[in-house]
Design a protein around this ligand. Structure first.
Ligand code: CP
Length: 290
């Protein structure tokens, strides 16, 4: 079983993954006794996704290989495909891959014969992030259908936004998008944050992805926050049960002020905690070929 994009999974299958993640959260034990090797191949920087996949694998009793892209033969011109094929040849049982190129896995078909778990491809997909976001939402509200979410920020460059908008709409959620016009894509109408702040159940802030921009953002951090970010003034306008989410890493005092990061409504660190359980479920499913 590969996990490239949640578009390859039915709603029932997505809920089944969340159920399994919930079982792991509640103490389900699976122990591969060091007999399985998970290779984490991160060709782009990562803290949460990399090390929560690593934690998940270790908790399942797997061994892990953590590819060091900086000191690797990438520097000698080795390609992504040849690196991936090399880790398959070592006898890895599954590969976790993050790469800069959208759909880097497209030319792997029929060539790589062990499961691949996509840990993020360029601006395309981030399925394990979407699953941990969904788990967090389901724990909070017990459902998806009818919930309203505002996804705010650098939509254009965000694989989290792209993954979430698609899957959340399939699940019956009403998804609003908002942020600076320069980060809008043609297919989305942006709604000013202040028009929806008091109507949505979830505000999901996104990081400005400077590393994917051709030119520097024109706004100062303060200006960005006043126009598009979350601060206590806006938090106070949110519905009583509404929550704040962010895939992280976050830029304090840009997309959200320092005093909102860990406020009562924030579920940001809960998302990170859930990431381990979701990734345990994905590794378990991949190894059992479910
Ligand atoms: N949310 C997320 O993908 O974070 P990392 O880039 O640190 O993995």
């Amino acid at each position: 079983m590969n996990i490239f994009s949640l578009e390859d999974f039915s709603i029932l299958e997505i809920n089944n993954i969340l159920d399994l993640a919930e079982e792991f959260k509640n103490g389900k034990k699976v122990d591969y006794n060091g007999k399985k090797i998970i290779a984490n191949l991160f060709f782009e920087p990562s803290t949460r996704t990399h090390y929560s996949f690593d934690t998940a694998a270790l908790r399942l009793g797997c061994k892990t290989l953590n590819f060091d892209s900086v000191n690797s033969s990438l520097k000698k011109g080795e390609s992504l495909y040849d690196t991936v094929k090399t880790f398959e040849s070592f006898g890895s049982d599954a590969l976790v891959i993050r790469a800069t190129e959208n759909e880097y896995y497209k030319n792997f078909s029929g060539k790589i014969n062990i499961p691949i778990l996509n840990a993020g491809d360029g601006t395309g997909n981030h399925p394990s992030q979407s699953l941990l976001d969904l788990l967090t939402i389901r724990q909070e509200f017990g459902k998806f259908d009818g919930l309203k979410i505002a996804i705010v920020g650098d939509i254009k460059h965000s694989r989290v936004a792209h993954s979430n908008i698609k899957v959340m709409r399939r699940l019956g959620m009403e998804v609003f998008v908002s942020g600076p016009e320069e980060y809008r894509e043609d297919e989305y109408d942006f709604v000013p944050l202040d028009e929806i702040i008091d109507k949505v159940d979830i505000i999901m802030l996104l990081r400005i992805q400077h590393e994917r921009h051709e030119s520097l953002m024109k706004l100062s951090c303060d200006e960005y926050n006043k126009l598009y970010g979350l601060n206590l003034e806006r938090v106070n306008k949110m519905k009583p049960n509404a929550i704040i989410m962010h895939p992280a890493p976050f830029n304090r005092n840009v997309e959200l002020t320092d005093d909102t990061v860990e406020c009562d409504k924030s579920r940001i660190f809960k998302q990170i905690e859930n990431g381990v359980f979701v990734r345990m479920a994905l590794i378990n499913m991949a190894l059992e070929n479910k």
